[in-house]
Design a protein around this ligand. Structure first.
Ligand code: ATP
Ligand code: MG
Length: 202
């Protein structure tokens, strides 16, 4: 269980939220790079819950996305996966994720919320953004072809990290599977096999 035991005090925990539909090497490289840069003890991947009551939603069931994330992270002793967002009813809000993981890891832990620069700029535009900054330090990872307008960034609460450019996205992986193209080496081998076994993205 992530964060179990008294050893949680003072630990530096990265939180990588995402749909992970499917998880790919861009996510893993970003998590690894931020872990190195911020000397994190652990990075916990948090798949989002199923979109709530959203008819016609094309998001893969949470259990499949969760299992692919477990498969992808299993070999890294510093990577973990949390079910807090998929076990909570309703849409996923970052503030709920952070509060739940604060409970899991304890008041002494320092939380780093890792997100793509694209998602980060949306979070920063929320009216309660300042409240989020009390819960975690925010780390925006830049992706190929994306630049963040940095006009309103509170420097003490937000960092930007350049990760090695991996032009991989989940949408492209899904489109490849649907079109019969390979996703080998874009996602971990076990995820390629899980997608085939469960007939996902057909
Ligand atoms: P989709 O194409 O469906 O939007 P995605 O590839 O962006 O999927 P998400 O699950 O939405 O995957 O991403 C989770 C987080 O990882 C987001 O903050 C996103 O910005 C970031 N991320 C996704 N792909 C990369 C990448 N290649 N490099 C760095 N960060 C990435
Ligand atoms: Mg995305």
């Amino acid at each position: 269980v992530p964060g179990s035991g008294a050893a949680g005090a003072g630990r530096r925990i990265g939180i990588m939220g995402g749909t992970f539909d499917p998880v790919h090497h861009g996510h893993l490289v970003a998590a690894s790079e931020v872990a190195g840069r911020f000397e994190l003890d652990e990075v916990v991947f948090v798949p989002t819950g199923d979109p709530w009551q959203k008819a016609g939603s094309r998001v893969t069931p949470a259990e499949d996305r969760y299992l692919m994330t477990v498969i992808a992270t299993a070999s890294n002793p510093r990577f973990a996966v949390s079910r807090v967002d998929i076990d909570r009813d309703g849409p996923t809000y970052t503030v709920d994720t952070l509060r739940d993981l604060r409970d899991v890891y304890g008041a002494g832990a320092k939380l780093f919320f890792i997100t793509g620069a694209d998602a980060l700029s949306k979070i920063l535009s929320w009216k309660d953004a300042e409240h989020l900054f009390e819960l975690a330090h925010f780390v925006g990872v830049t992706r190929p072809g994306f630049t963040l307008s940095d006009s309103h960034l509170p420097a003490d609460a937000v960092s930007l990290v350049q990760v090695p450019a991996l032009a991989i996205s989940s949408s492209d992986c899904r489109a490849r599977v649907a079109g019969g193209q390979p996703v080998w080496y874009l996602v971990p081998d076990g995820v390629v096999q899980y997608i085939a076994k469960r007939h996902l993205y057909r």
